[in-house]
Design a protein around this ligand. Sequence first.
Ligand code: HPA
Length: 267
Amino acid sequence: MIDEAVAAIRSRTSLQPRAAVVLGSGLGGFADRVEDAVAIPYGEIPGWPAATAIGHSGTLVVGAFAGVPVAVMKGRAHLYEGHAADRVVFGVRVLGRLGAGTLVVTNACGGIRADLSPGDLVLVSDHLNLQGTSPLVGPNDDTLGPRFPDMTNAYDAELRALAHDCAARVAQSLSEGVYAAWLGPAFETPAEIRMIRTLGGDLVGMSTAPEVLAARHMGLRCLAISCVTNMAAGILPEPIDPEHVLVVGAQAQDRLTALLAEILPRL
Ligand code: HPA
């Protein structure tokens, strides 16, 4: 199935992406800046799961960004939509097979650490997989990667150093944090957020960990940038509004795009 999807994309464009970019909730604006773009609806790629989440359009955009060949997933599949874990990472595997050497993941998340505020962009330094599953469960496909892949440098330290340099160039502040991946679709309870904080989580969201597990399995280098769209449950005396999550994500898009415009040519 992966090879069929690769063939379908190759029949539309001969571009070989250097990087695969996954755009999170409300963060789709980056894709509009891709030049000579070939936009392929997910429904036209065999095996590719539809993106049904709000704020995810469901289009693969292949083209050049800041002179770099990229394949951009405008919308992703989440476990909470009911997809099996290996389906959630189908797109990442296809783009890896298509030749992307680096995966850049973005996401919207809740901020747990006290110094974080809505609108902040944060580099993911590591993750806690609290989703209770992994895309690597099941028979190992040796053509993708090894049975027991190492995750020591899952969020590549060199790429993080590069991202910090790039943030400084565009006068953006960028902290780092540990991303806790939650199954959802309900936001966490305040008690769960206290648990995650105790475990060392700074950020919480419902994506990213499966994609990074699959990408590392294939040997891609990974960089993940989170947009804090809200403070996590129980941190502030107010409920989490999913509409507001999208609004804050949309407000951060230009900063995210400016940062990626610095990073991508240096990959
Ligand atoms: N929790 C989980 N996922 C999220 C959140 C959150 O607070 N905000 C945006 N995505």
